[in-house]
Each structure stands twice: as C-alpha cells, then as structure tokens.
Design a protein around this ligand. Sequence first.
Ligand code: AHR
Length: 495
Amino acid sequence: KSASLTVSKDYKIGKISDRMFGSFVEHMGSVVYNGIYEPGHPTADENGFRQDVMDLVKELQLSVVRYPGGNFTSGYNWEDGIGPKEARPSRIDPAWRQIEPNTFGLNEFMQWTRQVGAEAIMTVNLGTRGIEQAKDILEYCNFAGGTMWSDLRKSHGILEPYRIKTWCLGNELDGEWQIARKTAAQYGQLALETAKVMKWVDPDIELVAVGSSARHMSTFPEWDRTVLEYTYDHADMLSLHHYIGKRENDTASYLAMPMEMERQIEEVIAACDYVRGVKRSNKVMQLSFDEWNVWREPDVAYTPWQIGCPYDWVKFHMEDALVFGSAMLTLLRHADRIQIACQSLLVNTIPMILTEKGGKAWRNPTFYPFLHASRYGRGVVLRSLVSSPKYDTAKYSDVPIIDPVTVYNEETGELTVFVVNRGDEPVKLEFDFRDFGGALAFAQHIVLKHERLNAVNTSDNPFEIAPQAGSGATIDGGRAEAWVDPYSWNVWRFR
Ligand code: AHR
C-alpha cells in the first residue's frame, strides 16, 4: 500500500496556539489526592507535591491546566480551599460522591502550576452558585488590594495578584448528570450576566462559555446556538468536550472515531458562524476544547465517600494511544479556531500519568503522542494534500488509513510530520516537500508501536510501550519516502 502527502509553505491552516497543549486537574478520584498531591509520599516536597509526578508533568511542557473541575465545580465552594488548612472544612462532593478535605485548594493549585511552568484556567461554579461568587474569586485572584477578598489573599501570603487570564463560565451545564443543570436559555442568561460583571472587575480576562458537553446530546447543537445568542459579545470562546470510547470489539471502527470529533468541531464552528451572521458581528468566536481524551472502562472499583480513591485508574492500551494520537491531530488540524485544548485528566483518571499511593509514578501510552505533539508541534499547521488508501467499517466509510498533520516551525525552519497508520499493513508514504527547496534534510523518525494492540504499561513494566527510533526517511530534491508501520504513531522531523 502507498500514500502521499504534499505540503506548501504558503498553504497554512493557522498558527498553533501554545494553549493547545493543556491538561486538566479536577478534584475527582485520585487526580489531586494521591495523585499530584500526597504529603508523606517519599518524593513529596514541603507542599505535599509529588516530585516524581511533577517530573513527568514537566516533560509534557503543559501550557495551561484547567481547574478545579469538571462536574466537581458545579457544587464547589472555592472559599473552603483557602486560608489555614486546619480551619478548612471537610465536605461531601455530590458530583463524584467523595469526601473533599479541602487540604488542596486554589493557592496550592497556583503554587503547583507555577512549579510545573503552566498557566491556570479557572472554572467558576455556575451550578449551585452564581455571579457573586464568580466576582469574589476573581477579586481574590486578580484584584491588586484594598478590598475584602484581595486583602484576604494578601493575608494568605500572596501579595501580588495572580492575574489569571482565562475563566470558564461553569461546566457542562447541559448535562443531566450536572449539579444544577440548566436549559440553554437559563444558562445563556446567567453566563451573560456573570460575564458582564467579571469583565467589569477585570477587563483583561477572557471567558469561555459552556458549549454542548458532547455531540450525542439531544440538545446539540441547539444548545450552542442559544448560548451564543446570549453570550456572543461577552464570551471569547465556546467550549467543546469529547471522550472517545471503544464501543464494540472492533479496532477498525475505534481507530476511525476521531472523525466524529472532526465533525463535531466543524458543526460547532458552523453554529458559531451562524450566530455571527445573526448578530452581523465582526468577531470570530474561538473554541476551547477544554476536555478531550480517549476513554476505557476502569481497571479499579470505585468506593464512594473516600478521599483520593482511584475513580477510573485506567491503564490505556496501545490502540488507545493511536486513537488518542489521531484525536490530537484532529485538534491541530483546526488550529485556526481552537485556542485552548485540555487533555482530560492528567493523573489517574483516564490519565497520561498513573500513580500508586506511596509508590511509583509512570507514563500511560497516551503520554507519548501528547509529548511529541507538545515538543515538535509548535508552529504553523500546513494544509496537507493527502492521498491515502481507505477502508470501511460497519459504522464508518472512507476512513483514510494514513492520518497525517504537518507542522512548520517558521523560526527554526523545522518541518514535522505526525502520522497515524490506522491499518494492519505497512504503508509506503511519499512526501512532496519541493516547495521547501532542496536543502531540507531528514533529522529524526520516532515510532510508537507494539505487536499487541492490548499491551499496557504497568508500574513493574513501565516501558512496555515506549517510543523508539523508526526506520527513517530518504529525501532527495524535496521528495522524501518512508515506511509507516502497521498500527503506529509516527513523528518525522526534517530541517
Ligand atoms: O472525566 C471528567 C468529567 O467528564 C468532568 O468532570 C466532566 O466535565 C466530564 O463529564
């Protein structure tokens, strides 16, 4: 089988926002407690932050981390998590039916993100709470001083405001599972009024309105249209969420599922642009894909009303990493509209990083496509002309076997091609880079593959699935050739 890819410097989709490489930390299961935060762990620092986890997180070069949820946010009192720890209350969290001890809160999170080198994205509770608490937390975080909440922050030892830029106006409020679910009109009105007040307090912030929580929601995309009609002038982005789960025992269909994510992005853009037309607005609504991931049934049973119980401590399989890689490429292909993307979640719940309480931390296979995209996918996405053999499944037709994205870093002159081979055979891939002149040389080929699609990484065998050097590429006069192994994730670098 063979495929081809032609790119030109001038055919650009858009510059990839640094915030495309974000993740999500929610008070859920053992993401926080026994995940990033475990006082008493042999590697914990004086703040209780596990340094073995932090070292892995730092490898990912995350630009942003969303916090504190998720469904958790819709019942959360942010004030419970500030001030002296001994005075903080323990509460029940109805979203995940867990005990929230509040020993990790806003200031701990900000300290952790600073150590990680990422920026915070904060979500306000528009479930059980509203405008007033959104104003208060913004005042606590971003107001210089001389007011109740900003002076309280100072009394907690944080003299300078955090100046958090990005704020989500609630989470998944279209979902029946959400605490204080709303109709689109109810939410739209509340989001609009909250947005107005928040921007009066701090005009430098940007706001993300809640879009549909999934494409399969019966209210999709009507929810998005209605919410935008309320919030178009005040929100800067609309959120999307998508989790890809294997439905039947059918790998071919599973590997094709990111195509649904592609459709979802196109449909949400259509809803945004429709409202733009209705409003005769010059503004182009941007997207925040602030929850995305693959999903698999948990390996560990969940016990409610615990602190830090693994919620779904999933060891992803090799095939999950391929689907995850395709999902990552789907996001990059829409770099012109997606400003923020957060892989969900970072640690222990459908994670990139797994931990044992008191023990080791290691990389799930999905860690690697994210790592490669974050390291080598900074630049401009080029519109690729792709010719690939295709396949059909019971659910999907015309699925390209070769799924590529090309990124050009104009500063370094480096050209990177990411490719997933969705098929069970090797494919010869011809690259046409003639537009880059004859000087482009092959630099590196990285492959992630395994002979068993159900292989996993465990604490005893953490490198069962790990990137390796690929077979490379030949290049001559701007035309290159390479072999793409069956069921593989690939990174070719040329410069
Ligand atoms: O798995 C994370 C959860 O998924 C988030 O809390 C919620 O927003 C989504 O439904």
